[in-house]
Design a protein around this ligand. Structure first.
Ligand code: HEC
Length: 404
């Protein structure tokens, strides 16, 4: 029995691995088909002389030629099997939600909550998370059903403002990494719900109408088209958020919500360029503007860090003992083979600082998490002081020497 209990944390790690793996695979399948059909639709040769065929396309791939026809209406004879492409979306959402539970809800205390941001308990954190997921879909769906949907630009601006307000609110409730992931989860929920609630029902309506020899509901078809365009644009910000955990200078920044909004606009504008290009409109200026946007953002985030460096050049050589003491008391209580901090059975993410080698090996991550941002210790649970952060910083700038 005891072995089983001790196995539990390892089981969770493996479960995380398997579900994350599945999530990426089905996510690629979903986004891949979505990109493919978008591309296909825009590249069809429509100058075809036919009463039934709207456009055709030839392609060659993996050892075969493919000839695809898009029909003007439903097929005269329904094929035995019609492929729908819906489980890619559903399984992406289901596995994503499972990950949210495994990684975040089960570790709410240490990973979701940052007591310096908001002193909530795990139960409240989880209830709020669920409310944000449901709430963002309800708000978005309401806007789509309102007359605002007729005004594309206004809709996008209001959508962006609301999404930014939601991400701002999330950064005031959770730790920064959890806040970012929640924005992604809200957008991902909207995308999957679009498929489940609007796109697939509209396709069902189309198929049923064809089988009954009736006209399909045109309004349903139109809203499905709009939702699928929204999904197309949302893909880029969502994918950025999914990789953002590797970039602490984004989620760990003081104005992380603003950085997310700017990166999302840049991502969506690049998507817009490709969508226009597919329609043979070549607004090439969008690409250099997006690149310039990324460069400006990089300068905005990075320059303050360089200026700080210049001011502290007068420091004396930092004693390595001082560094090990700071790391031992402020970090080592969690990041050790046998953590002593309550609630930590094993070192988070397997990161340990038990020996000099452990510290040296992790210098870049220490800099990212403790100096260039104040993500660690989470919620400053061990009370690291600004001057201690500074000592670590100067030690690294002086070449991270371990000889006193
Ligand atoms: C109270 C426990 C605790 C303390 C104290 C703590 N950490 Fe962490 N650390 C965590 C947890 C939990 C994670 C995993 C966070 C996640 O996955 O979002 C983590 C993750 C990290 C990571 C990996 C981040 C990543 O996303 O790759 C680094 C590096 C790190 N900590 C360094 C430090 C340093 C340096 C200190 C001391 C200044 C410190 N930690 C103090 C709990 C702690």
């Amino acid at each position: 029995m005891e072995t089983l209990t001790s196995l539990y944390p390892f089981f969770l790690d493996w479960l995380d691995l398997v579900v994350r793996w599945i999530h990426i695979i089905v996510g690629i399948a979903w986004i891949g088909t979505s990109f493919y059909f978008n591309w296909l639709d825009s590249r069809l040769d429509r100058e075809i002389d036919s009463n039934d065929v709207d456009g055709e396309l030839w392609s060659v791939h993996s050892g075969g030629f493919y000839h695809i026809n898009k029909l003007k209406g439903p097929p005269k004879v329904f094929p035995k099997e019609l492929h729908w492409f819906k489980w890619e979306a559903y399984t992406t959402w289901i596995s994503g939600f499972a990950l949210l539970i495994i990684v975040y809800y089960l570790n709410a205390e240490s990973i979701m909550i940052d007591k310096t941001v908001s002193d909530i308990n795990p139960f409240t954190a989880i209830i709020m998370s669920l409310s944000f997921l449901a709430g963002s879909w309800l708000i978005y769906d309401f806007l789509c059903k309102s007359s605002l949907i007729e005004h594309k630009i206004l809709f996008s601006i209001i959508g962006l403002i609301l999404a930014t307000i939601i991400s701002y609110a999330l950064t005031k409730i959770y730790g920064s990494k959890a806040a970012y992931i929640h924005v992604g989860a809200c957008l991902g929920t909207i995308m999957a719900a679009n498929v489940f609630h609007v796109i697939i029902p509209s396709q069902k309506n189309m198929v049923n109408a064809a089988l009954a020899n009736k006209q399909p509901d045109l309004k349903k078809g139109l809203s499905a088209k709009t939702r699928s365009i929204h999904n197309n644009y949302l893909t880029l910000p969502v994918l950025f958020i999914m990789i953002s955990a590797h970039f602490p200078f984004t989620y760990g920044h003081k104005y992380n919500w603003l950085i997310l909004a700017i990166i999302s606009v840049i991502g969506a504008s690049v998507r817009h360029y490709f969508n226009l290009r597919n329609k043979k409109k070549y607004n090439v200026w969008i690409l250099p503007s997006a690149a310039a946007g990324m460069i400006c953002l990089m300068l905005y985030v990075s320059i303050p860090k360089i200026n700080n460096n210049l001011e502290e050049k007068t420091f004396e050589k930092v004693d390595f003992n001082e560094v090990t003491n700071i790391i031992k008391y402020r970090c080592g209580v969690c990041h050790a083979i046998n953590p002593t901090y309550e609630g930590f059975e094993e070192p988070p993410l397997g990161i340990i600082f038990d020996t000099t080698q452990d510290i040296i090996k992790n210098i870049k991550d220490i800099k990212d998490q403790v100096i260039d941002s104040d993500i660690m210790p989470p919620g400053n649970m061990t009370g690291i002081t600004e001057s201690e952060r500074n000592i670590l910083k100067v030690w690294i700038e002086q070449g991270a020497s371990i000889n006193n």
